[in-house]
Ligand binder design. Structure first.
Ligand code: FAD
Length: 558
């Protein structure tokens, strides 16, 4: 995300033929079969800001995509004959933030969203053209900060970082104004009667002013979940949109199941906080977790899976059929089958005042957003696993020096060989074994860190303002109550791991045994990091998410 003022983004120019391809007459004919042709008059508004998306192909004349602003409006793009409107919200069904208007009289074909999704699933040639244009347009909107959200924040505020991450990981375009750097911000503050103490503030859709909003308030204001019917009984409800949940969504929806995903934060899970995943099949040069998650999210939506964002599953109602998932706010989503893909939560440093610095010097992910906060500064990475190794190598590119702190005597037992080699060969990384952090100091932001060498007992204090904690994770299963059999560490037991005793205690009601990834409750499956015995990798999470869907079909037939 660029830091850009919201008023005058530059016009769309780069790669216009890929952003705005011209369809052939044969392609237009296939679209016309699913839509309605109609004449339009010059100046007629075809889709207003905030309306549900509608796909339009221009047959004659021109239509313009306009960004309304407070004082003036700006034409973002113009579509001529053979060109079409739409971007990623066409798949999600979210409200649009641009106005579409006929700039000359002419004719268009209008296609409703559901019919467009059916077309994209059936016609691979059109799917390629449309999906590529939708995704590139969204990327362009993000790069230019053209959206319906303006964030006013400060790089010293943890709330600002949280909101930036939430919008970025949801692929939502926004403009960012930094109080510490943008002199013009005061005007905006005055206009909306905002005091500096209210920061971070989000101006949503040009009107609503949200002071330090929660992720859920942001999702509500931007209409992330509006288009989703929460009362409908789904074939499959997936809890968690990390790699495992997204894989299950793609396979389930592409095989015709009616799929709803609930995600308490943003799509991507732990993988979304990885700077570069290099061991996932098919990406020889690596891919950032965010890119991987973004692609999977769009892919799931293409097949009509629906994803609710910032919706925490609080309880599994397992004493009734269909099952139901209770969310924060009290709503219940009924489900014939359930896949639990809630992954794991990062372990925190066990220091009393750590919460004070989370997001203001202590971070649990090392993506581009965090790396920008500590350019040319010394940083600490805590942990000896692959995620810590990746973070150290990534941060070493932009920071002055990375101190890598591990409690054990070396990395060999916990890290892949290729990462150990990169760490050893990188002069910017300083590996400190048998070392742990014992104190943090600072006021609004972390300022100073003390660590201790466990062998000598000697402590050292450094003026370091950034710590990346990568020390493993605990399963997200507390919300399940007593519904499922868990192992001693709280991971969900499935398939052959469920003993006769487990099944008796759970009152397993069927004559058949549980399927491979099925829990002690028939029709409820667990996949990915949350599952007992799972190999904690992106590939295994994706594999399990897709395998579970095969068993879901069998259960739905029972
Ligand atoms: C920094 C980092 C780097 C990594 N790098 C690699 C790598 O290079 N290669 C590799 O193979 N693996 C890597 N891993 C491990 C990999 O990311 C995980 O194994 C993988 O993400 C597990 O996927 P998952 O879907 O099972 O769970 P998660 O990724 O943990 O996703 C779970 C999702 O469920 C959501 N959720 C939790 N509770 C609820 C609830 N109650 N209601 C609704 N939603 C909920 C969470 O918000 C989250 O989005 C890395 C991990 C980290 C942290």
């Amino acid at each position: 995300m660029t830091d850009t003022t919201p008023s005058v983004p530059p016009p769309l120019t780069a790669g216009l033929d890929r952003l705005f391809p011209t369809l052939t007459s044969a392609q237009i004919a296939r679209i016309a079969a699913r839509g309605d042709a109609r004449k339009v008059q010059r100046g007629e508004v075809l889709v207003e800001v905030g309306e549900n998306p509608r796909f339009l192909v221009v047959i004659a004349g021109n239509i313009e995509i306009v960004r309304p602003a407070r004082e003036t409006e700006e034409v973002v793009a113009v579509c001529g004959p053979g060109q079409f409107t739409g971007e990623v919200n066409m798949l999600s069904g979210r409200r649009g933030f641009l106005r579409i208007r006929a700039s000359t009289s002419g004719e268009v074909i209008a296609v409703e969203r559901e019919r467009l999704l059916a077309l994209v699933q059936a016609d691979s040639e059109l799917s390629d053209i449309l999906m590529r244009a939708f995704i590139l347009r969204r990327v362009e909107l993000i790069a230019r900060g053209i959206g319906d959200a303006v964030l006013l924040g400060s790089s010293h505020s943890s709330g600002t970082l949280r909101i930036k991450e939430f919008l970025t990981r949801n692929g939502h375009p926004y403009s960012y104004l930094d109080l510490d750097r943008d002199a013009d911000v005061q005007d905006l503050l005055d206009h909306f009667h905002i005091a500096v103490a209210d920061i971070p503030v989000m101006i949503c859709r040009g009107e609503l002013v949200l002071r330090n909003p929660s992720n859920q308030q942001i999702a509500d204001c931007l209409g992330f979940n509006e288009a989703i019917d929460q009362t409908q009984i789904r074939d499959l409800v997936i809890v968690g949109a990390g790699p495992a949940g997204l894989a299950a969504a793609v396979y389930g929806a592409s095989e015709g199941l009616d799929v709803l995903v609930l995600e308490s934060d943003s799509p991507g899970g732990q993988a979304g906080s990885s700077s570069k995943i290099e061991n996932y099949l098919g990406f020889p040069t690596g891919i950032s977790g965010q890119d991987l998650a973004g692609r999977a999210y769009t892919q799931a939506q293409k097949f009509s899976a629906q994803v609710m964002i910032a919706k925490d599953a609080r309880r599994l109602a397992c004493d009734r059929k269909p099952y139901a998932i209770e969310m924060d706010g009290g709503q219940r989503v009924p489900a014939r089958t359930v896949i639990i893909a809630t992954g794991a939560l990062y372990r925190r440093l066990s220091l009393d005042n750590v919460a004070q610095f989370e997001g203001a010097g202590v971070y649990y992910g090392a993506t581009f957003v965090e790396s920008q906060l500590c350019c040319d500064e010394e940083v600490i990475v805590v942990g000896g696993g692959n995620s810590a190794g990746q973070a150290a190598v990534f941060l070493a590119q932009t920071s002055k020096c990375v101190h890598m702190l591990v409690r054990s005597e070396g990395l060999a037992a916990s890290m892949s060989r290729y990462l150990i080699r990169r760490i050893e060969e990188n002069p910017a990384i300083n590996l400190r074994t048998c070392t742990e952090i014992v104190a943090l100091e600072g006021s609004e932001h972390l300022e100073c860190v003390q660590w201790r060498d466990k062998r000598t007992g000697k402590t050292e204090t450094r003026n370091i303002r950034h710590i990346f904690v990568m020390t493993g994770a605990v399963p997200n299963t507390a919300w399940l109550g007593g519904c499922l059999s868990l192992d001693a560490k709280g991971f969900i037991k499935t398939g052959m791991d469920l003993s006769r005793d487990d099944l008796m205690t759970a009152h397993w009601p069927l004559t058949r045994s549980p399927h491979h990834l099925e829990t002690s409750l028939p029709g409820v499956f667990a996949v990915g990091d949350v599952r007992s015995g799972n190999v904690k990798r992106v590939a295994s999470a994706v594999g399990e998410g897709s395998i579970a869907v095969a068993s879901i079909h069998q259960v739905l037939r029972e």
